[in-house]
Design a protein. Structure first.
Lengths: 489, 619
């Protein structure tokens, strides 16, 4: 039985080896993230069948919880870890060709740290440990956003840093208040004692934690850093930020609400917030003429949709939300990767400069189209089963308020469709000015895009294994007592 | 022969066509043709079979299935037949154009997904194929490029997306209530549902089907899309794709809900069928006037597709066996003559260098006789001249309206036909009659492979007009499948309570009348051939340049009716789109670009949470 600690320890160790390896060979350093992600993917997939039956609680240092820091590798954690490794792998392969200039070794070091942080957040069972991993994730992403070293990148990075720091501060205050109240930092232990204190007194930490994590999770109105950061970062970083970082933030928030606080009364508010985030994100995306900003706002919209589904808190809806999260990761990563090389070749992020790309870069354009269709939720791509599950969950609630909210959510999908279809048309049917010769993206980048596209189509046609996994993940997220029991037994 | 194989050949053929195109264009064309032909052969072998089978692959715990019955077969045969003719027509029409691999593959893919919608045995696979049909159609509408085609594509896909979202909600709502999506099982369960839910589902589904069938007020995507697509694809769009809406209505109204349920959904005169019938009537009249005002050969045809859809809905919503037969038969007839007319318009476009403007065409009768005959017969079918197929189906629709005591609806149908005569004449006159402009002196006839589909369809129009019993027996089986009483169809026509339609008598009467005219003319004396200019100007001096009246045809009529038949729905939708754009523009101002504001948002959010809790403690 492999231990879930390896999911964090191995990439962390490899991350710090990157500068040393790059002294020997720069090419070998580029391969380190690929190796680390491959390793994590294999470990996570090996762990998966086991944790579907029985979650693995890893006690660091051998003390029983709540006295140690423990890892909790349940279906949710392992599913996320696998997703992080998968997306990380695809994007790392892409980056081998895409990241050529600048301090390349430091890029790979930070990239690995970002993945370590994300994996740590989803596996940890300790709130302070969660904060630490969260900071690793955030700090490496601040640095990576500014990787290009140009003015807009630095500006976006500083803005992100300021807002992220405010968010982290609020999170830390919330955690501190919890510690003061319960005298423990173990999530299961806090959850266990939540019933014993006055509900009003835990509201302030709850509000602090929601606001703090909401910044990284990009929930309206805490998400203003996102469009700048995602559009100014190198495209491979935009892909990982959109595909992984904000999802991990959302996971942390949902874990806090569901498991630690058991705050069911605030869920309705979160449903509204999700629908609002979705609608505003899509409206803003529609107004963009810059393709990366458009994708960034669309990520806000998608996060809203995922929050909407998760906060409905039925087993269907949480499964649908997690499925949507997975499909967003795959689709948005593919979109950013495809857009990355189109932008690289045309030299501008304006949608108008993508005209005629269908002829110049046929494979990359096809990848973009598949990603766009999937994100809009068209069959036979992965976005469809998740959309189907969310619609089913909302209607299964059998309350008119959810049906009305669903109407707004679908309106958001419609707007999303409109702007994605506009871009696809621009790529294929508008005549480009200037260069018209074929210019394929490098083979490595195409391989990476192919992996994402193939997954999008495969899971879209045969969603059952993923549906099973998200189904048991949903059960874990919703079953608070079981979480407490399996940690503290 | 199984449906799975049929679908597999259709979808696999589409993908393989693309791959083969990378090897050799000739191979690709041959394969596309062979694939379309094979599908037609396969569907003919499936005639009369009826079965339902589960697919090996489920989806999210739901069983997917395919089925075959008369209703599916009827629609499938129109799809595959027109698909084959379109491919034949494309061989020359599309030659020397760009992106042919893409064109053929997408065309075949659209046909395959349309086929999927009609053989789907459950609503989920129906929806999946429906969506595949939507997005692949969008990918082909704008093929020609240029701002008009791009606008048409986006307009189509946005409306189609609205339709599919409403349908998704309806399907899932059925799924949540009955835990199955099999059409046959739902048909049983639905009888026990509440009126509220039945209405909810019915309205949501109807929005989808009315959009795709391009009935007023959701017709606005059609004229743009059909006019801007390449002609062989316009034929597919007009002939079969829009009729997926009617297939959906058949499924919904008669295969699933059934008469008793539909009958209960009524408040006095306001019943679902009535509303649908009036939508059909408005569509007929409005589209006829709009078609009159067009000056573009393909736009006239596109508007006529809108209008003819209204006739079908009238027939279907009357819900007698006669009306159903009329509506169903009209689907087939429309599919034949509108494909023919789009092929003719495409041939004109092909030979004249892309001219669709009716003001600048004229006099092509001698240059393109095959096109003229095809166009004339097609227009006759469209108008419903006796001895063409359109006559029989329209007769059935009128008859059923009169028998059911719906004079106003019948009047709308007649009014539409008068309009059809006017714009049909305009189409024929402005393209083929009148003076031949100098620039078209050397226009050549239609190339052989483009003439083949035109001739086949022309023959079919006559065949089904003179021997309506052949298609009507199939149409009758569709009706009986849906639970209507069988009609007593004979090969010559169809009987009804108030007189029998017998096309052979009509044929005989017409032949005798023609013979008499011929005799009289012969007795009077020989005719003298005179120059066209002499007939026009009666011997007076003729001005040089263009003098015949294809320019500004019906312009007095425009002046009278023009102000009343503006497409205000279209204008309204475009306004909404514009408003959405400005709302988006305003919304993005939330993100001001000043990091101070952003931090303020975060703090205000936190403060608001805590304030609300303290003030009202809702959480």
């Amino acid at each position: 039985m492999v231990s879930p600690v390896l999911l964090i320890a191995v990439p962390l160790g490899l991350a710090f080896l990157v500068p040393l390896i790059s002294l020997v060979s720069r090419r070998a350093a580029m391969l380190v993230p690929v190796v680390a992600c491959l390793f994590n993917l294999v470990v996570a997939i090996t762990l998966m069948p086991g944790v579907l039956d029985q979650p693995v609680v890893e006690k660091i240092g051998g003390f029983p919880p709540p006295f140690c820091i423990n890892l909790y590798a349940g279906p949710v954690g392992v599913l996320f870890a696998a997703l992080i490794a998968l997306a990380g792998l695809g994007i790392a392969v892409y980056a081998m060709a895409y990241i050529r200039t600048g301090p390349v070794d430091r890029y790979h070091l930070l990239y690995l740290l970002l993945l370590v942080g994300a994996t740590g957040v989803v596996l940890t069972g300790d709130v302070f440990n969660l904060f630490v991993f969260f900071e690793i994730l955030c700090i490496s992403s601040y640095a990576l956003v500014a990787y290009m070293g140009n003015k807009s990148g630095l500006e976006a990075s500083v803005k992100y840093l300021i807002q992220g720091a405010v968010g982290s501060g609020l999170l830390l205050m919330g955690i501190g208040l919890l510690y003061g109240q319960f005298g423990t930092l173990n999530m299961a232990d806090i959850a266990n004692r939540m019933g014993s204190v006055n509900q009003v007194s835990v509201f302030v930490p709850l509000a602090l934690i929601i606001s703090g994590l909401g910044v990284e999770a990009a929930i309206f109105p805490l998400n203003a850093w996102l469009p700048d950061a995602h559009s100014s970062a190198p495209s491979s970083i935009s892909a990982i930020l959109s595909g992984i970082a904000i999802e991990v933030g959302l996971y942390a928030m949902v874990r806090m609400i569901f498991t630690v606080f058991g705050a069911t009364s605030i869920l309705m508010f979160m449903v509204f917030l999700g629908a609002l985030t979705l609608l505003l994100g899509e409206l803003c995306a529609f107004a963009q003429s810059n393709v990366k900003r458009m994708l960034a706002y669309s990520s806000i919209g998608q996060i809203g949709l995922i929050l909407f589904a998760l906060a409905m808190a039925t087993s269907y809806s949480v499964a649908g939300g997690l499925f949507q999260l997975l499909s967003h990761t795959l689709s948005k990563a593919l979109l950013f990767l495809a857009a990355g090389y189109m932008i690289y070749r045309s030299g501008s992020m304006e949608i108008s400069s993508l005209h005629g790309m269908g002829k110049r870069m046929p494979l990359t354009s096809l990848a973009f189209t598949i990603g766009a269709f999937s994100l809009v939720g068209l069959p036979p791509f992965v976005g469809f089963p998740s959309k189907f599950l969310i619609v089913r969950a909302a209607l299964a609630r059998q309350q008119s308020i959810f049906t009305i909210l669903l109407g707004f959510v679908l309106l958001g999908t419609l707007i999303e469709g409109a702007y994605f279809f506009r871009v696809v048309q621009a790529i294929y049917f508008k005549k480009g000015s200037g260069e018209t010769g074929r210019s394929y993206a490098p083979a490595v980048a195409l391989v990476s895009m192919f992996i994402f596209a193939a997954l999008i189509i495969f899971v879209g046609i045969y969603p059952q294994p993923v549906a099973d996994a998200v189904g048991s993940a949903a059960t874990e997220l919703l079953d608070r007592a079981e979480y407490v029991r399996s940690v503290l037994q | 022969m199984t449906v799975e194989l049929l679908l597999g050949v259709a979808l696999g053929g589409a993908l393989l066509t693309y791959v083969l195109g990378k090897i050799s264009p000739g191979l690709r064309n041959a394969f596309a043709l062979l694939n379309a032909l094979a599908l037609v052969v396969m569907i003919s072998l499936l005639y009369g079979q009826s079965f339902e089978r589960a697919l090996p692959l489920g989806f999210l715990g739901l069983e997917l299935s395919v089925r075959m019955n008369m209703l599916s077969w009827f629609f499938a045969v129109t799809i595959l037949g027109i698909g084959l003719l379109s491919v034949i027509y494309s061989l020359v029409y599309m030659r020397n154009k760009e992106r042919l691999d893409y064109y053929y593959a997408t065309l075949l893919f659209i046909n395959a997904s349309m086929l999927g919608t009609v053989v789907a045995g459950d609503l989920l696979s129906f929806f999946v194929f429906w969506e595949m049909m939507s997005w692949s159609t969008y990918l082909l509408i704008s093929l020609r490029g240029g701002s008009k085609a791009i606008f048409a594509g986006i307009k189509y896909i946005v409306m189609s997306l609205i339709g599919s979202l409403t349908m998704l909600v309806a399907i899932v709502s059925l799924y949540v209530s009955f835990d199955t999506l099999s059409i046959t099982e739902l048909a049983g369960h639905v009888q026990s549902t509440t009126m509220g839910q039945a209405l909810f589902v019915l309205v949501l589904f109807s929005v989808t089907f009315v959009i795709i069938n391009a009935l007023w007020p959701f017709h606005t995507w059609l004229p743009d899309a059909h006019a801007e697509a390449v002609s062989p694809f316009s034929a597919i769009l007009s002939a079969v794709l829009v009729r997926k809406g009617l297939y959906g209505l058949y499924l919904l109204m008669y295969a699933m809900l059934g008469f008793s349920m539909l009958g209960k959904l009524a408040w006095g005169a306001l019943s679902y069928s009535n509303v649908l019938a009036w939508i059909g009537a408005i569509t007929i009249v409005f589209a006829a006037f709009r078609a009159l005002m067009q000056n573009d050969s393909k736009r006239i045809l596109a508007w006529s597709t809108v209008g003819q859809g209204g006739y079908m809905v009238l027939g279907v919503s009357v819900a007698t066996n006669l009306g159903m037969a009329g509506g169903t038969f009209h689907i087939l007839n429309h599919c034949i003559y509108i494909a023919l007319l789009f092929f003719v318009a495409g041939a004109i476009e092909y030979r004249t260098g892309g001219i669709r403007d009716l003001d600048s065409l004229g006099g092509l009768i001698k240059r393109m006789p095959v096109a003229f005959v095809g166009g004339l017969v097609g227009i006759c079918g469209l108008i419903g001249v006796p001895l063409t197929n359109g006559f029989v189906s329209k007769w059935l629709i009128y008859k059923s309206l009169v028998l059911e005591g719906r004079p106003f609806l019948a009047f709308a149908a007649f009014l539409g036909t008068w309009g059809t005569i006017l714009y049909g004449y305009k189409f024929i006159h402005n393209i083929f009659l009148g003076q031949l402009p100098d620039r078209f002196r050397d226009v050549k006839g239609i190339p052989f492979t483009m003439a083949v589909p035109i001739v086949i369809l022309t023959v079919l129009i006559f065949l089904f007009g003179v021997l309506p019993g052949i298609p009507l027996s199939v149409v009758d089986q569709v009706g009986t499948y849906l639970g209507f009483e069988s009609l007593n169809v004979s090969i010559w026509g169809i009987p009804s309570e108030t007189g029998t339609l017998n096309v052979v008598n009509l044929l005989a009467a017409l032949a005798v009348a023609g013979f008499i005219v011929w005799l009289v003319l012969r007795a009077i004396g020989r005719s003298v051939s005179v120059d066209q200019d002499d007939t026009y100007a009666a011997g007076a001096a003729i001005p040089s340049g263009k003098y015949h009246y294809t320019v500004g045809f019906y312009s007095p009529l425009y002046r009278i009716v023009g102000p009343y038949v503006r497409d205000f729905v279209d204008a309204f939708f475009l306004k909404i789109a514009g408003w959405t754009g400005s709302v988006c523009g305003v919304t993005r101002k939330i993100y001001t670009g000043f990091v101070g504001n952003y931090v303020m948002y975060i703090i205000l959010f936190l403060a608001a949470l805590i304030f609300v809790q303290i003030a009202w403690s809702p959480w």
